[in-house]
Write a protein that binds this ligand. Sequence first.
Ligand code: ADP
Length: 206
Amino acid sequence: MRLVLLGPPGAGKGTQSTRLQDKYKIPQLSTGDMLRAAVKAGTPIGLKAKAIMDAGGLVPDETVVGIIAERIDEPDAKTGFILDGFPRTVKQAEALASILHAKHMDLDAVIELVVDDRALLARIEKRAQESIARGDAVRADDNPEAFRKRLESYHAQTAPVSAFYAAKCALKAVDGMAPIDDVSAAIERALHERKNAAASTRAGGA
Ligand code: ADP
C-alpha cells in the first residue's frame, strides 16, 4: 500500500503514520525526520536545511524530492510506504507522480487530517512542554513564531496539494480534531473505501 498523509503541522500525521506502519508493516517516510537526521549528522543537505527549518520555511523542492526518490528505492519500501510531510508543494506532488509513474506505480490513497489553526497552536505548545517534562530537547521550530511561519507555509503552499489530489479523486478528508483512536478508525474506513472503489473500477463498475 502506498499512502500519503496530508495535514498541517501538528495535525497528528506522525502519530497516525506510526500506527499505520505497525499495522501494515510498511515504512513511514517522514521528510521532516529525514531532514532532522541530516541536520544532526551535519551532512551538506542538513547544513543547508537547518536555518530554513528553524525559521519554519520550506526546504527547496529539489532537495526533498531527491531525498524521497532515493528513499522509496530502498528494499523496505518495495511493498509500500506512508509518506508523512511529503509532498508539501504542488511541484513536489507532480514530481512524486512522475517518479511513481516511471516505476509503474500509483498511490493507493491520500488522506488529509483536517484540524483548525487554533487547536494546532495549542498542540504544539503541549508537545514542547511534554518534551521539557521528559528532559528531551524541544524541536527548534516548536516555538510560536516559527510555528506561525510553518502554518503560513502550509496554507500558502501545502493546502493547494489537497486540491491537486482532490482533482484526481484520490483525496479523503478525516477529522483530525477527534481523539487519536477515532482518527485511526476513520483512516481505516477511508482506506477500505478506497480499496473497494479501486476494486469496483477494476471490475468495470462506477
Ligand atoms: P511538521 O509537520 O510538524 O511541520 P515536519 O517534521 O514534517 O514538521 O517538518 C519540519 C520541517 O522540515 C518543515 O517545517 C520544513 O522546514 C522541512 N520539511 C519537511 N518536509 C518538507 C518538504 N516536503 N518540503 C519542504 N520542506 C520540508
